[in-house]
Design a protein around this ligand. Structure first.
Ligand code: 2P0
Length: 322
């Protein structure tokens, strides 16, 4: 069995919409930070004695929509490698506490790496990034560590991620505020498709992302955490405007999401530099310079309890561990 470890990533310029749903070609570029606290270890073995794919996640066999996504992905590997064998897949998510923060980004980056190797393919990182993309868009970026850009491209060949800065050592840190850890009602996949098809703001979003990519890359090359945080925050709010403005409109926020946003605004008005971003769920992630960590923990710990704050440094790219 070949086992790979991949870390999750949080987008600073978000991916929210596909041009090609089958190949997962996005509408826009995106840019993320890989995190060291959240990762998946996935082992894969193709065996000629199996009569079906056998998939276990965190000790449980999976069924339904999640199982279909993994099987479809294994079909792609079988197609590329010419193998007809079914696979045994064993995956474990490592999150500090059971937090609903296990992500499809780390899952499919680890699966792409382990399964391709187990099938005898020796893919370079760009090919792995393209392959991981077929499982889940955000997984395209989790092949690499640190700050990563996903070029939207126009087809399977040209849509892949590349690192911008693999070793991130200028003090940026991210803190997740665990607000709600239950499964979301509207998946990212459904949510983004609804935004593409029905939000009148979608054409404006494409322009926003093009501008934000340029500004974010400048802020990264300047190692300017305030600028990075500011652009990420605006970008996240604009992404969430695409959910509110869809037909029917919806939101991933709950009351505590808004409370957290207000708390971060309060901290900022008291001179602490920190910024927020949210993905397809209510949890809020705070972007800040690690020198300000204690002040932020004190303030947010009073409102949300310290056990609900998870601090993460930038993390590494995917690797085979076994
Ligand atoms: C991102 N998200 O850029 C955005 C921001 C959530 C909000 O990528 O359909 O699970 O598998 O490609 O990658 C989550 O969507 O969706 C996501 P699919 P995915 O990180």
């Amino acid at each position: 069995m070949i086992t790979a470890r991949a870390h999750t990533n949080i987008a600073l310029v978000k991916y929210w919409g596909k041009k090609d749903q089958k190949l997962i070609i996005p509408q826009t570029d995106s840019l993320s930070l890989t995190l060291n606290e959240f990762y998946a270890d996935t082992g894969v073995e193709f065996r000629d004695d199996l009569t079906a794919d056998d998939i276990e996640i965190d000790g449980q066999p999976i069924t339904g929509r999640s199982a279909k996504k993994v099987k479809d992905f294994l079909d792609i590997i079988r197609q590329i490698s010419g193998s007809h064998n079914y696979a045994k897949v064993v995956s474990t998510n490592h999150v500090p506490i059971s937090a609903g923060l296990a992500s499809s980004a780390s899952a499919f980056a680890a699966l792409a790496t382990a399964a391709s190797k187990a099938a005898g393919l020796n893919l370079d990182r760009r090919s792995l990034s393209r392959l991981a993309r077929r499982g889940s868009g955000s997984a395209t970026r989790s092949i690499y560590g640190g700050l990563v850009e996903w070029h939207r491209g126009t087809d399977d060949q040209s849509s892949f991620a590349e690192p911008i800065m693999e070793k991130v050592d200028f003090g940026i840190e991210m803190m997740a505020i665990l607000i709600n850890t239950t499964k979301k009602k509207i998946s990212s996949r459904q949510g983004m498709q609804s935004s593409v098809e029905s939000s009148p703001y979608y054409p404006a979003w494409r322009k926003v992302v093009a501008q934000d990519m340029v500004a974010m890359k400048k802020a990264i090359s300047d190692k300017n955490i305030d600028q990075i945080g500011h652009i990420a925050e605006e970008n996240a709010l604009r992404m969430h405007a695409l959910t509110l403005s869809a037909d029917p409109g919806y939101t991933y926020f709950n009351g505590d999401t808004i409370r957290a946003i207000q708390a971060i605004n309060d901290l900022r008005s008291h001179g602490v530099s920190c910024y927020y971003t949210m993905d397809a769920g209510p949890n809020v992630k705070v972007i800040y310079n690690q020198k300000d960590r204690e002040k932020i923990v004190q303030y947010l710990g009073n409102l949300f309890s310290k056990q609900r704050l998870i601090i993460s440094q930038p993390g590494p790219g995917v690797k085979i561990i076994d």
